[in-house]
Design a protein around this ligand. Structure first.
Ligand code: SF4
Length: 79
């Protein structure tokens, strides 16, 4: 049986671009993303919201939302 893919970490990755404060991630998934200035994570982010987290990362215009799956130790989503 295939292991279920779970989000195990989400972070702001500004290694290539900076968060532009556009608010797209917060609009899609406010349980996880908050944009008071730059994006920060909610205090106890609900990482079971996998689809919303991935949609937020895909909607980020500068690719600064990083997602780790299954404790890989890497950024597993594309920039
Ligand atoms: S979608 Fe990306 S650029 Fe926009 S606020 Fe969120 S992290 Fe920042």
């Amino acid at each position: 049986m295939l292991e279920e893919v779970k989000v195990t970490k989400v972070w702001l990755d500004e290694s290539e671009n900076e968060c532009t404060l556009c608010g797209a991630c917060e609009a899609i998934c406010p349980e996880v993303f908050i944009v008071p200035e730059k994006m920060v994570l909610a205090q106890d982010p609900d990482l079971t919201l996998k689809e919303e987290i991935e949609e937020s990362a895909d909607s980020c215009p500068v690719g600064t939302i990083a997602i780790e799956f299954n404790h890989s130790g890497n950024r597993d989503n594309p920039f």
